[in-house]
Design a binder for this molecule. Sequence first.
Ligand code: SF4
Ligand code: SF4
Length: 326
Amino acid sequence: MKNPRKLNLMEHLTISFLLTRRCNAQCRHCGAWPSKDKSKLKSGSKTASDFTTDEIDTYIDEIEKTPEIEAVGLTGGEVFIVKPLLKKAVDRLREIDTPYTIVTNAFWAKSIDVAKGVLKDFTDCIGIGFSADSFHDEFIPVRNVVNAVKAAESLNIPYLVRATMKVGDTEESMKQWFENAGLPDIKVIQFAPVMYIGEATEKMNPEEFPNKNPAVPCLSLRTPFIMPGGDVFACCGEAANIEGKHPLYLGNLNESSLTTLIKKYDTNPFIIALYTKGPRALWELLNERPAALRDELLLRSPCGTCRLLFEDGERIERLVKLLDVE
Ligand code: SF4
Ligand code: SF4
């Protein structure tokens, strides 16, 4: 078994599979799919939004040949609405002895017993992330996540609850909310501020976005992301939603090997700058003021800042020159 505890340097990567972009919830803050592309879901097109079983085989073969990849994250959308794909991926990862993690909204955890029945097939999962907060609660009751947590505890599956905070939420108020729902252990909850990306750009009001985005390194860059169709991005943030071939796009697995794409972590000056200084620091290099409210809202979060930096070819050109002289 590859040792997941070594995941602390850039060469020790966890890669994520976005098994599906579809979801049975419609959270206002969802970043999984750019709002304007949601119509593809309504048309029922799975080809654009789901992995195929052949892709799972091919990409896991690539992972087997790439020693830098030490674990695989299985995420969506909601992975349990494509359970045959999820099982297929887990079975193949077991064959190559590679640990895996799962992220889910726990819609399936109607009771503790039902949740145990679902999770018993994944007892070797090295970490399962349950998404729960007031956004998810509009579609999936937080009670489901409490059931899933209790089932994971009884099966000894490591887990984490991932909660998104909006302006006005504090860790104390969220703790109270989780406690009232039956989840008193704050240590298992990972908090992150809501970002102006994806659905949030259309469904949330400007005053709901926190305004704390210091110039700190982005450590999420250790998580390359494979999309249906084989496109690989350097991180699981907004990168996959930015149109065109921008600095966070590594290439396509149908054209290059994963080993070749992963090498860009060591050579791409943008990735190195984001990993060591962060997106806000790159924005400061440009010496530019936000031109409109949209830009100002994007600058309030790290992933929004990356969108602002990389959606504009002229900005990328200026950064290329600035990074060269750094
Ligand atoms: S559960 Fe997750 S993937 Fe589904 S809509 Fe909500 S945030 Fe998006
Ligand atoms: S801040 Fe940028 S580099 Fe970091 S995860 Fe978000 S999009 Fe990726």
